[in-house]
Each structure stands twice: as C-alpha cells, then as structure tokens.
Design a protein around this ligand. Structure first.
Ligand code: FAD
Ligand code: NAP
Length: 312
C-alpha cells in the first residue's frame, strides 16, 4: 500500500513528489505516462520562473527536477493511469492501462490540461514561433508590438485585456458578432482603445517565415478576406482538462468538478473527497503557470502528510 500516489509528473506532480518524500512519507510513487517534466518541456524559452535568469528552455528548466525528487525517495513509474477510485474503507485504487492496479492511502492528481487548437493552416507549424496559447507566458515577447487574439469566450477577452497593456494593439478575432464572455468583460474590451474587434471572421491561415509569424489571414462571413500583419497570434478557443482519471465506471466524477471539468479545490488543494488532492493546471482557477503548479504541488503534499498523520 502506497502512502501517497501522485498522478502526473509535470511541475505540480514533481513538486508534490519532492515535498511528500522529503516530508517523511516513505512509499510515494509518481505515475507519469511519458517523460517527467510536463507541458513546459514543449516551450523553447521560459522567462518567468523566479530566480532563473538568462535564456533557458522548458526542457532545461525541468531536467533536474526528477533527480532532486529521487534523492529523497520518490519512485517514478512510467504508466498511464486510467482511473482513481476510493473504496468504502477509504483506500484509493489506481488502475493503469496495462491492467495492473495499486492501492494508496492518499492521492494527488496533477494531470494538467491542454489548450485546444483552432485548426487553421499554419497553427501547428508556427506553434511556439509566433502562435501561442499563453499570454502570461509569451505576451512580454510582443511588448510594443501588435498581436492577434482568437476566440470569443472569457479566456480570449480576459487575455486580450492583459495583452492590451503590453502591446500597442490587439486584434480580437472572433467567428461570430457576439461573445460568450461575462457582460462586464465585454464592456471593458469595447472600452479599450487599442483593442480592435474583427468579428464574423474565421482565421484561415497564419503566415510567416524562418523567423516566425508575420501575419494572419481571416475570412469573413461574406467570403471576403483580410490580412493582418502581426508577429504574434494567441489562440484561446477552449481547454481540455485531463480529468479522465477521475471518471468512475458510471460516468460520474470521483470528486466535485466545475461545470467545465476542472477539479474544485480549496486553498489547501483539498477536493471534496478526504485524502484526494488536485494540483496544477487541472484545478479550478489555476493561473496555468509553472511556478503556480509547483506551489500547488507543495501545498497538496503538506496536506497529504497531515492526512497520513490523521490531521485533516
Ligand atoms: P502538466 O505540465 O500538463 O503535466 C501533467 C503531466 O501529467 C504530463 O506530464 C502528462 O504526461 C501527465 N499525465 C496526464 N495524464 C496522465 C495519466 N492519465 N497518467 C499518467 N500521467 C498523466 N508556464 C510558465 O510559467 N511560463 C511559461 O513561459 C510557460 N510557457 C509555456 C509554453 C508552452 C508551449 C506551454 C504548452 C505551456 C507553457 N506554460 C508556461 C504553462 C506551464 O507549462 C503549465 O502551467 C504547467 O506545466 C502546468 O503544470 P502541471 O504539472 O499542472 O501540468
Ligand atoms: P469557451 O467559453 O469555450 O470559448 C471558446 C471560444 O472560442 C468561443 O467564443 C468559440 O466561438 C471560439 N472557438 C472555438 N473553436 C474555435 C475555432 N476552431 N476557431 C475559432 N474560434 C473558435 O472557452 P474559454 O474562454 O476558455 O472558457 C472556458 C470556460 O471557462 C467557460 O465556461 C468560461 O466562462 C470559463 N472561464 C471563466 C472565467 C471567469 O469567470 N473569469 C475566465 C476564463 C474562463 P463560439 O462562441 O462561436 O462558439
């Protein structure tokens, strides 16, 4: 029986692994279906991890993390977890894609989330070279430049407002003429002088050269097109939360979730189920940053230690 099972080996899972083992839990396994490090390993440059200066890729940032955890006894198992359940006696079961199963006294779920792609030509080719899904991460690279934002939900409008503070101009491209966002957010966007609404416009192609994106072409409902010169295109068309491991046989979730599939947690990363914690991008209201995911992992780990001691 494990003291704690950690599902996912990104910044949240690895930090949970560091704090649980260093804090005295003996049998802790981090289940990661791929290489540890998480989605930041796809980033060519990270500038906002505190204390890390100079040019560093996401991969380079994450390389020392597993080794640091292993020094304190964290076991890493390369496995895909298919389901986490809780028996009536309070023990968690961890089912894996190879059909095997583990048991754990507590579980920290850190499986992250994945931004959706809009599907226009050039989106994948230029991803990380002008196409981004994170304004907090990449907005600064476009300081005093013009950018395009795609989407018409709360995320697109909030991120457009964020980018409007950094960039000279933001083209907000949306495929309809009305937004899904909260009314006051729409009002703020409309009242922001350097946001231009490009409505009834479907992004068709992002174009660029060896240096990266140079512009985006959109097609309007009446079949006319417009080319907009921008070096940066931010795509906010929804998010897939990697919550499948919490789905039970009957289709319900093990713990309470938000309407859009994120795990509801309190400030201690506790879910609605005792002994079950969620950390990082998959939890409600996550800022979706490495430093925040790591912080969540530490908080969840301290709670898992207290749970093992009977304080919860
Ligand atoms: P993730 O990093 O998504 O890790 C989740 C892990 O769980 C993955 O390794 C996955 O393989 C594993 N997993 C999922 N399901 C299962 C399963 N069923 N079984 C086993 N393992 C599973 N943040 C910044 O702070 N600054 C930046 O500059 C920045 N730039 C970014 C650039 C890019 C291109 C991307 C994609 C993200 C960027 N981010 C940045 C965001 C940052 O990467 C995330 O906020 C952070 O990685 C979230 O950590 P996490 O541990 O919650 O999830
Ligand atoms: P969302 O609400 O699903 O909005 C996605 C937007 O992208 C929609 O406007 C959609 O257009 C557009 N879109 C989808 N696919 C597209 C494509 N292929 N090409 C072009 N446009 C496309 O996603 P979200 O904004 O990430 O929000 C997710 C949930 O989180 C929502 O429930 C939201 O309210 C919530 N949220 C809340 C807050 C907050 O309360 N402060 C902040 C962020 C998110 P259509 O409108 O035409 O479908």
């Amino acid at each position: 029986m494990l003291d704690c099972a950690i599902i996912g080996g990104g910044p949240a899972g690895l930090t949970a692994g560091l704090y649980t083992t260093r804090g005295g839990l003996n049998k802790v396994v981090m289940f990661e279906k791929g290489m540890p490090g998480g989605q930041i390993t796809m980033s060519s440059e990270i500038e906002n991890y505190p204390g890390v200066t100079g040019h560093i890729s996401g991969m380079d940032l994450m390389i020392p993390w597993p080794e640091q955890c292993q020094r304190f006894g964290l076991k890493h198992e390369m496995s895909e977890v298919t389901r986490v359940s809780r028996r009536e006696d309070g023990v968690f079961t961890i089912q894996k894609s190879d059909g095997s199963m583990d048991e754990a006294k507590s579980v920290i779920v850190c499986t992250g989330s994945t931004p959706k792609r809009a599907g226009f030509t050039g989106e994948d080719t230029f991803f990380g070279r002008g196409v981004s899904t994170c304004a907090t991460c990449d907005g600064f690279f476009y300081k005093n430049k013009e950018v395009a934002v795609i989407g018409g939900g709360d995320t697109a409008l909030e991120e457009a407002l964020y980018l409007a503070k950094i960039c000279t101009k933001v083209y907000l491209i949306h495929r309809r003429d009305s937004f899904r966002s909260a009314p006051n957010t729409i009002e703020r966007v409309k009242n922001t002088a350097n946001i231009e609404l490009v409505l009834n416009a479907i992004p068709e192609e992002v174009v660029g050269d060896a240096m990266g994106v140079t512009g985006i072409r959109v097609v309007f409902n009446d079949a006319t097109t417009r080319h907009i010169d921008v070096p940066g295109v931010f795509v906010f068309v929804g998010n897939n939360v990697n919550n499948q491991v919490l789905m039970q046989e009957d289709g319900s979730f093990l713990c309470e979730m938000t309407p859009w599939g994120e795990v509801k947690v309190d400030l201690s990363m506790k879910t609605s189920v005792p002994g079950l914690y969620a950390a990082g991008d998959m939890r409600a209201e996550a800022p979706k940053q490495v430093v925040c995911a790591a912080g969540d992992g530490a908080v969840a780990a301290l709670q898992a230690i207290a749970y093992a001691d009977g304080h919860h």
